[in-house]
Design a protein around this ligand. Structure first.
Ligand SMILES: NC(=O)c1ccc[n+]([C@@H]2O[C@H](COP(=O)([O-])OP(=O)(O)OC[C@H]3O[C@@H](n4cnc5c(N)ncnc54)[C@H](O)[C@@H]3O)[C@@H](O)[C@H]2O)c1
Length: 334
């Protein structure tokens, strides 16, 4: 199959290399001229995915119009660039193509899911799918066994994505719950920041387990209020991605949280991390959505205070530990 991968950061590169190894004809588009030149000459992404040499069948381009010849288009740009990139792609999209978004986030300002934004910009000319779940580019690049989830409003599109991406090291499940998958993906980045803060403050395993569990509880609360299915949040796109992001040093969001916990200011952290920290945008959007549907998200609220109001992470922790007494879930008591 002819595939265009739009975006050549860590994730775009890992997926482009894997899809070429799967036997597809893959062309990867770079946003920046210098990045395109480096990738074309080195046949390796030394900045974002060192050590993964480009296989045969993977070519580079800086001309986005190549998308018009592709049957499948993988969008792998940071969430803030999804709208502008989809707008650039739109003239080259036609009805028999499928766009697969692999970015994770919610749009700042509109609080829309990324597949909604793509559909808007391409005027629903083709099916849009989403690929999400616990998957570090560094590990997929090395062929580490990985399980992930694909979803779309179209069953045929979800099945096509499953068929094209799947191999003996990359297992793809499918679901029809596009809302749950996209919200799970975006909100786990907020929890990864919080988990990193726990680590940066030098707290223990108990604290991290509590954070992840209660973080999942508020993710489910918001996600189901917005139309996601509860079971999706217990699956790869929810719990799976939460575990991988909160536990791993590959996660930029967790590393960002560690710096915050160690006292680095929220403004300085992205520069030290050297890449997109999606959780910053996701935290703002989650707060907007929570307000809109009247849902309590205490952990997200404290992360927002640390990121945007200069709150001391220790005070944020105290605020969480000294909240009113609660039941964990519904009970049969009066
Ligand atoms: N890295 C991972 O392991 C991983 C895994 C799953 C999902 N994701 C998601 O994939 C998306 C991309 O992440 P990444 O890790 O590949 O990012 P990255 O930071 O490695 O790369 C960012 C890329 O975006 C390009 N870019 C910068 N500004 C742009 C703009 N205005 N328009 C278009 N492109 C622009 C840069 O040139 C670079 O190629 C994110 O939403 C991330 O959450 C990443």
């Amino acid at each position: 199959m002819k595939i265009a991968v739009i975006g050549s950061g860590g994730w775009g590169t890992a997926l482009a290399a894997m899809l070429a190894k799967n036997g597809n004809e893959v062309i990867m588009w770079s946003f920046e001229h210098a990045e395109y030149e480096r990738l074309k000459n080195d046949r390796e992404n030394r900045a974002f995915l060192p050590g993964v040499l480009f296989p045969e069948g993977l070519e580079c381009t800086e001309d986005i119009s190549v998308a018009k010849d592709a049957e499948l288009i993988v969008m792998a740009v940071p969430s803030f660039a999804v709208r502008s990139t989809a707008a650039k792609l739109s003239p080259y999209i036609s009805e028999n193509q499928i766009i697969v978004n692999v970015a994770k986030g919610i749009e700042k300002g509109t609080s829309k899911r990324l597949s909604e934004i793509i559909e808007e910009e391409i005027e629903s000319k083709c099916d849009v799918a989403v690929l999400s779940g616990p998957s570090h580019a560094e590990e997929v690049g090395r062929g580490v066994p990985t399980a992930i989830i694909a979803t779309s409003r179209s069953q045929k599109a979800a099945e096509t994505v499953q068929n094209v991406f799947m191999n003996d090291k990359f297992r793809v499940y499918i679901t029809d719950d596009i809302i749950g998958v996209e919200l799970g993906a975006a909100l786990k980045n907020v929890m990864a920041l919080a988990a990193g803060i726990c680590d940066g403050l030098g707290l223990g395993d108990n604290s991290k387990a509590a954070l992840m569990t209660r973080g999942l509880a508020e993710t489910v609360r918001l996600g189901t209020a917005l139309g996601g299915k509860q079971e999706t949040f217990a699956g790869l796109a929810g719990l799976g991605d939460l575990i991988v992001t909160c536990m791993s040093m590959h996660s930029r969001n967790r590393r960002a949280g560690i710096l915050l916990g160690q006292g680095v200011s929220a403004e300085k952290v992205p520069e030290k991390i050297g890449g997109v920290v999606e959780g910053y945008f996701a935290t703002q959007s989650a707060m907007q959505l929570a307000k809109k549907v009247g849902i309590e998200m205490p952990i997200t609220e404290q992360v927002a205070k640390v990121l945007f109001e200069g709150a001391d992470p220790r005070n944020a922790l105290d605020a969480l530990m000294t909240r009113d007494k609660k039941k964990e879930s519904g009970t049969a008591w009066s």
